[in-house]
Design a protein around this ligand. Structure first.
Ligand code: XLS
Ligand code: NI
Ligand code: NI
Length: 437
């Protein structure tokens, strides 16, 4: 496997002192941490769209990406095939065990849904072959219900029932292929499920239809025996001004209203969290405590920019807090850490795809190592347990057990001469985390 990136070596662990740019300094796949290998903890995945399909365009300029191997392709199908083969070489060289795709990433759409479905079958054959050959697996598949002009007013939340039906056809096919390729999850990101102005929008109908659509999809997944996790990926805005799957709390309310709790978990993306005005850790924790943390889109945003910049994650503080949440939940499987991240427009060389993944993988590997030490030392847990100890006995235990009434609490409160409080010690705890970094 040296056809597409002939100058790039296989990337291996060389330890923190290595200055070889094509080596891992922290990601040592078979090293055991807290009883599991790093590979099992991290479950890295390549995002097909950013890594293989993106050209580096932005609203102000054309593509910049240099991908010499694409020149061999004469037809859209040949281009799709070359990209897929290149992708497997890249994953193999980087020891990335999973990938994720949208239907239109792997196959050309052609001029009709019928042609698209045919192309998808051809490309699924090739994917199956390459997966068998390399042992690389599918973390999740999804349908792109936002790029085609028919989705201009949304997909499941479009004002057109015909568009709703086209979206259903795409999801049905994407589920079939994900199932066939033994995908461990299936993602619903509500690309254009939202609105631009309420002046032309039937908010109630659109939300009901979104729920109807997700119910139909979940029923179909059950019908074909797909046992992977179904995931909704929250995002507050972009492309629409207001996206319906705004954040974890918003999606939880939606799932409860429509009786869908238990059928879906969430795919939490770092950059979407910050766009929603939350921290990444907040969204992960909110999902975890509600039994909704299913998978992670591992990227990072730029706090100076108000959109989804999808940088490769390199902020160790963030990767550490993320892995703390993952460890607290006992792991992310069957989800994983999908690099929904793109190289900057200026990083146009083929080798940048490798250097960027190495940066992301090492940043999460280091975050895992740090988080594991914080957990082993009980550095935070003991403090937090102690902070809430008033609920372990006496009046606090009565509150927690549901034995207290408003009257009993009032009677108790009147007996108190003073309430003793302790400092929250935020700065001390922040220093403590820094000691582990
Ligand atoms: C876009 C989303 C998208 C999903 C998959 O902002 O992150 O890439 O992950 O449709
Ligand atoms: Ni994403
Ligand atoms: Ni995103």
């Amino acid at each position: 496997m040296d056809r597409f990136f002939p100058d790039i070596p296989y990337v291996r662990y060389e330890g923190p002192d290595s200055r070889n740019p094509y080596a891992f300094r922290y990601y040592n796949p078979d090293e055991v941490i807290l009883g599991k290998t790093m590979k099992e903890h991290l479950r890295f995945s390549m995002a097909y769209w950013h890594t293989l399909c993106a050209t580096g365009t932005d609203p102000f300029g054309r593509g910049t990406a240099v991908r010499p191997y694409e020149a061999e392709a004469k037809t859209p199908l040949e281009l799709a095939e070359i990209r897929m083969r290149a992708g497997f070489e890249l994953m193999k060289k980087l020891q990335i065990p999973y990938f994720c795709f949208h239907d239109c990433d792997i196959a050309p759409e052609g001029s009709s849904l019928t042609e698209f479905a045919k192309n998808l079958d051809i490309m699924a054959d090739l994917a199956e072959e390459l997966m068998a050959e390399t042992g690389i697996k599918l973390l999740w598949g999804t349908a792109n219900l936002f790029s085609h002009p028919r989705y201009v007013h949304g997909a499941a939340t479009s004002c057109s029932a015909d568009v709703f039906a086209c979206a259903a056809a795409q999801v049905k096919k994407a589920l079939d292929i994900t199932h066939r390729l033994k995908g461990e999850n299936y993602v619903f990101w509500g690309g254009r499920e939202g609105y631009e102005t309420l002046l032309n929008t039937d908010l109630a109908l659109e939300l009901d239809n979104l729920a109807r659509f997700l119910t139909l999809a979940a029923d179909y997944a059950d019908k074909i025996g797909f046992t992977g996790q179904l995931l909704i990926e929250p995002k507050p805005k972009e492309p629409t001004k207001h996206q319906y799957d705004f954040d974890v709390a918003g999606v939880l309310g939606f799932l409860r209203k429509y009786g869908l709790e238990g059928r879906f978990k969430l795919n939490i993306e770092a950059n979407h969290a910050t766009l929603a005005g939350h921290t990444f850790q907040h969204e992960l924790a909110m999902a975890r405590i509600n039994n909704l943390l299913g998978s992670i889109d591992a990227n990072q945003g730029d706090l100076l920019l108000g959109w989804d910049t999808d940088h490769f994650p390199t902020n160790l503080y963030e990767t550490t807090l993320c892995m703390l949440e993952v460890l607290k939940q006992g792991g992310i499987a069957p989800g994983g850490l999908n690099f929904d991240a793109k190289v900057r427009r200026g990083s146009f060389a083929p080798e940048d795809l490798f250097l960027a993944h190495i940066a992301g993988m090492d940043s999460f590997a280091r975050g895992l190592r740090i988080a594991a030490r914080i957990i082993e030392d009980k550095a935070l847990d003991e403090f937090v347990d102690r902070r809430y100890r008033s609920y372990q006995s006496g009046i606090g235990a009565a509150i927690v057990k549901g034995e207290a009434t408003l009257e009993s609490l009032a009677a108790y409160a009147y007996t108190l001469d003073e309430v003793k409080l302790e400092s929250g010690r935020q700065e001390y705890l922040e220093t403590l985390i820094n000691l582990y970094l």
